[in-house]
Design a protein around this ligand. Structure first.
Ligand code: ATP
Length: 349
């Protein structure tokens, strides 16, 4: 698989230049040509816990050097998917391949080439970061090029805490130690399960910078996160998972293109009839107007021209492009259009 085809719209793609309204901080379309080799793939992947099917036939491809974010509702199946790609569990259906290997059957070979940051690491509190890193390096002797413990700690800005007992580290420092462990074998690919959970905004921003630097070095990153802004800040492409299926996949621009923009304003009580607009017009109390539209620029222009022509004020005027939050809520709040278990993607309205 690759990107989900965009649902048809009746408007040409929005230009990438400045627009009157912008909620997308970074457009990643086209950053990664499709010719890049595949780092990992899942095809029709299914995972079960007893009779319960947690992952329902997903297709996923991450290319070399790409940062890919897997978002989703609680219990969507993100960790189960990651665990399967990491080789910790065998698929119950479908195929997975990571760096050209079967991650379960060839787990030991793969372990030397990948880094893992689990959701909870459970490191022994009596050891120090340096001791844990030294131990970890001894456990992966096949790794081609080890960072030493000091280098790994410096990389995550934790070198000054090298000799402190782990139980004395803050939650954010422990997460950075987990990241150092993922990096110590100089991996080609890292799996990060909620890497910045528990970090304050400053620590999160510093961690993002470390991940951006790794991307520049060509490291492939697959991360799960509940922070939409994390996916917006880091990911070349992302997917949103819901109830065991991938609801949408693509670049940020592609994913939010499925949603309409919104114009809101408050009009005077004696406002004349509105012009003919492309979007859907709704009225709330107090003469409040909300227009949902796939032609933001055209409808906003139409409204402004109407207001000038009729000498009307548009109080509290706001024009908001679609956002990842909107897409997420749309997916999380709606039942899947497909029958449970068939794993097919759901079409956006
Ligand atoms: P979260 O965002 O809450 O961490 P997730 O998307 O990572 O969730 P998973 O942890 O993969 O989701 O879980 C997917 C589903 O499988 C959930 O319904 C969960 O309750 C169930 N599940 C996970 N582990 C087990 C297990 N060991 N036994 C039975 N069910 C499990």
């Amino acid at each position: 698989m690759d990107t989900t085809p965009n649902p048809p719209t009746n408007e040409p793609a929005r230009p990438s230049g400045p627009s009157p309204v912008a909620t997308v901080s970074r457009s990643t379309s086209g950053d990664l040509p499709d010719e890049r080799p595949t780092a990992l793939s899942a095809t029709a992947l299914r995972c079960r816990y007893g009779a319960f099917e947690a992952v329902r036939g997903i297709d996923l491809t991450v290319r070399r050097g790409e940062t890919f974010a897997l978002l989703g509702t609680n219990g969507a199946g993100k960790t189960t998917t990651l665990e399967t790609l990491e080789g910790h569990r065998a698929p119950d259906g479908g195929d997975v391949e990571v760096l050209g290997l079967d991650p379960h059957a060839e787990r030991r070979t793969l372990a030397a080439r990948i880094g893992l940051m689990l959701q909870t690491s459970g490191l022994p509190g009596d050891l120090t970061p340096r001791e844990v890193l030294e131990l970890w390096r001894r456990l992966t002797p096949e790794a081609s090029d080890h960072l030493d413990a000091t280098d790994a700690l410096t990389r995550v800005e934790l070198d000054h805490r090298a000799e402190v007992r782990i139980r004395q580290l803050s939650g954010g420092e422990r997460r950075r130690l987990d990241l150092a462990l993922a990096l110590v074998n100089d991996p080609e690919l890292i799996f990060l399960d909620e890497p910045t959970t528990g970090m304050d905004p400053q620590a999160r921003e510093r961690t993002w910078q470390i991940l951006r630097d790794l991307r520049v070095e060509g490291v492939t990153i697959l991360l799960t996160t509940h922070y939409l802004e994390e996916a917006e800040a880091l990911a070349d492409r992302l997917a949103i998972m819901h109830a065991g299926a991938l609801a949408t996949t693509g670049t940020l621009t592609e994913v939010i293109a499925s949603q309409p923009a919104t114009i809101t304003a408050r009009l005077s009580a004696d406002a004349p009839e509105l012009p003919d607009l492309d979007g859907d017009i709704r009225w709330a109390g107090d003469h409040r107007l909300a227009i949902t539209t796939r032609r933001l620029q055209q409808d906003l222009t139409g409204l402004l021209v109407w207001a000038r022509t009729h000498g009307q004020r548009l109080d509290e005027l706001q024009a908001t492009d679609a956002s990842l939050t909107q897409v997420f809520h749309d997916i999380a709040g709606a039942p899947l259009a497909t029958a449970p278990g068939d794993g097919t993607r759901r079409e956006h309205r």
